[in-house]
Design a protein. Structure first.
Length: 253
């Protein structure tokens, strides 16, 4: 069979040569037909569609119509030219003029940036003014983390050692009856203190207005005019003696 197959192949080659000897176009077409891809390969490459040609044409027509409708809706809802110009999306004038303007703008920006870079502050000045940190960014980050941790620890210590409410009340820093157990909201505490001070002020003014005069006190024997003068004189003498002692001490110093 091997020898017979070799003879058949030789005959077919000779026949092909005689067939395409005077027509090279046919020979080229024959070669392309021998190497063309099969149907499954064309389907995998999305060159050939599955199904009948009529169904494929109907699908393509529906797809085109759907795309056309979607495009029509987008064109109806697109932004007007004036809005695009006002929002600086679209430029006025011809494209060449716009390109020239953009080139001039870029050149101007480049010159401005060059001047600013020439006049910028040196690194040493930034470091001395504590704007720029020395060392690598990683080292700076570690230092900042340690600094923050130290501040947090100090704050915790101060919060642990801070005086309680009763101690503050004894030192007259915190008013009594104000706090969580007082039943008064923190936002109303200041108003409560203001009202209490106003009430005390009114009471004091009433007592001052209704206090007895000196003649009434003399008639009732509650006030001795001579004794009050002696007390005033004693107080004045004591004040003068204290002033003299202070002056003498300063001179000695």
């Amino acid at each position: 069979f091997g020898f017979l197959g070799f003879i058949i192949m030789s005959v077919s080659v000779v026949e092909r040569y005689n067939m395409f000897e005077h027509n090279p176009n046919k020979y080229n077409l024959y070669k392309k037909l021998q190497t063309r891809p099969d149907k499954n390969e064309l389907i995998d490459r999305n060159v050939l569609k599955k199904g009948s040609p009529r169904i494929q044409a109907a699908k393509e027509a529906l797809k085109k119509e759907k795309t056309s409708l979607a495009l029509g809706k987008k064109l109806e809802n697109r932004i007007d030219k004036e809005k695009l110009l006002n929002s600086n999306v679209l430029k006025e004038g011809s494209p060449r003029l716009q390109a020239a303007k953009e080139a001039l703008k870029k050149e101007k920006t480049s010159l401005t940036l060059g001047r600013k870079l020439e006049n910028r502050i040196d690194k040493e000045k930034l470091v001395s003014s504590n704007v720029l940190k020395e060392g690598s960014p990683r080292l700076q980050a570690v230092q900042e983390a340690l600094k923050r941790e130290k501040k947090v620890n100090d704050l915790h210590k101060k919060l642990e050692n801070r005086p309680n409410a009763s101690n503050l009340e004894q030192r007259n820093i915190l008013k009594s009856g104000i706090g969580k157990g007082s039943g008064v909201a923190p936002s109303l505490q200041a108003k409560k203190i203001e009202l209490e001070n106003g009430r005390l002020h009114k009471c004091l003014n009433l007592k001052i207005e209704n206090r007895p005069i000196v003649t009434d006190l003399l008639e009732k024997g509650l006030f001795d005019k001579n004794k009050s003068k002696d007390n005033n004189n004693d107080n004045n003498n004591n004040n003068n003696n204290n002033n003299n002692d202070k002056t003498t001490k300063r001179r000695n110093d």
